[in-house]
Design a protein around this ligand. Structure first.
Ligand SMILES: *Cc1c(COP(=O)(O)O)cnc(C)c1O
Length: 401
């Protein structure tokens, strides 16, 4: 694709960009995106090899640095997030780690939401701490707490919105103000919404993170991740990838590239199913409370309605009867899969307190609202009537103590 084509496609609507951005036709004129399964690339001469190695000439050298299929995915994702560029990585965690390694140094300070993905909290709290990078954990939806945590060496603010599994919402414009005042970068994990529902860069974030493993793939096939943002930041990320090595495989890039084509349709359908299931759950006497930002009584509702175009596919609920009831409910469903993954066409159901949030202490779980009777559902694309009947089956089993 020439620069002209890229710029032209950038001017098109989001659905057009999702289908067309990042296409680079090979010599066969193939209409489907080719998968370049090659580790290295041949040079026409020593002069060309030298120019490519030094970066003076464009072109591929080695697939740890660049690969045409991976680049196509990066271009398509960057076009959807409305960022200058994207850098794809082997997993979502490799993208988060990469942002830290590429942009932080010993003595720097990070402020991170308490309600982040478990491995993300572990990365900041356990590993970066060993290398002299300290992290303060603060409540997601309270900009005052973030402001109060700022130190002279604060370099990075890190959050996910909406949060997992209680769907709390951060005001991204307010958080961008906090970051600007602190002279720090705002990094937003946009895994739950995807660019189909929320574009943090347009609201003032500096970097968007993705676990492509989730909705970008959408069918639970591959691991991958990405960071998106300004060219000067992405250049640092590319240097990290070239040196440290957690590159995305071309096959996975191809899966994600195709996933992006249907992303907007899928996110709309996930959101519609989740919304309907949340409203149905609310009518169930055995259900104590439902957490979904699409419900008007949810504390994050107004904010989510403003900064997201829909409320996404993840919800959770508290069932009467403690952990035993939650387990009985989950063990009795027949359609939903008992798995910790999310962002799949197949609905998944999980007990956060003993799985995804099991590494937290009881006190940390209590503070995060991860009660023993909490059940998380990542609503898929099945017939929503079947999902209702399935949860009704679970609830009936929970009541049969
Ligand atoms: C899954 C997930 C990650 C980690 O991504 P991997 O691809 O599994 O490494 C990061 N953030 C969020 C919000 C996730 O759900």
């Amino acid at each position: 694709m020439t620069d002209d084509d890229s710029a032209f496609l950038r001017s098109q609507g989001p659905a057009t960009r999702a289908v067309r951005a990042g296409i680079s036709r090979g010599p066969e004129g193939e209409h489907g995106e080719p998968i370049y399964t090659t580790s290295s690339y041949v040079f026409a001469s020593c002069a060309e090899a030298a120019a490519r190695f030094s970066g003076d000439a464009p072109g591929n050298v080695y697939s740890r640095y660049t690969n045409p299929t991976v680049r196509a995915f990066e271009e398509r994702l960057a076009a959807l997030e409305e960022g200058d560029a994207a850098v794809a990585t082997a997993s979502g965690m490799a993208a988060i780690f990469g942002v830290c390694v590429a942009l932080l140094e010993s003595g720097d300070h990070v402020i991170c939401s308490r309600d982040v993905f478990g491995a993300t909290a572990g990365l900041f709290g356990r590993y970066l701490a060993r290398f002299g990078i300290e992290t303060s954990f603060v409540p997601l939806a309270d900009p005052t707490a973030w402001r109060a945590a700022v130190r002279p060496r604060t370099r990075l603010l890190y959050l996910e919105t909406p949060s997992n599994p209680l769907c709390e919402v951060a005001d991204l414009e307010a958080m961008a103000d906090v970051a600007r005042e602190a002279g720090a970068l705002l990094v937003v994990d946009n895994c739950f919404c995807t660019p189909a529902l929320q574009r943090p860069l347009a609201l003032g974030a500096d970097i968007v993170i993705h676990s492509a493993t989730k909705y970008l793939d959408g069918q639970g096939r591959c691991l991958g991740g990405a960071a998106v943002g300004r060219e000067e930041l992405m250049r640092e990320l590319r240097a990290y990838l070239r040196t440290c090595g957690p590159s995305m495989s071309p096959f996975n890039a191809w899966v994600f590239l195709k996933g992006l084509e249907t992303l907007a349709l899928r996110m709309r359908a996930h959101s519609e199913n989740a919304d309907r299931l949340a409203r149905w759950l609310k009518t169930q006497p055995a259900v104590e409370r439902v957490f979904y930002a699409g419900l008007p009584e949810h504390p994050g509702h107004a904010l989510a309605a403003r900064q997201q175009s829909a409320f996404g596919g993840v919800l959770s609920f508290r069932i009467r009867g403690g952990r035993e009831a939650a387990w009985r409910c989950i063990d009795a469903v027949r359609v939903m899969s008992l798995t910790a993954n999310l962002g799949d066409a197949k609905t998944t159901i999980v007990h956060p307190a003993t799985t995804t949030h099991g590494r937290l202490t009881a006190e940390e779980r209590e503070r995060a609202g991860i009660s023993e009777n909490l059940v998380r559902v990542a609503v898929g694309l099945e017939d929503v009537e079947d999902l209702e009947v399935d949860l009704a089956r679970g609830i009936a089993a929970a009541e049969r103590a």
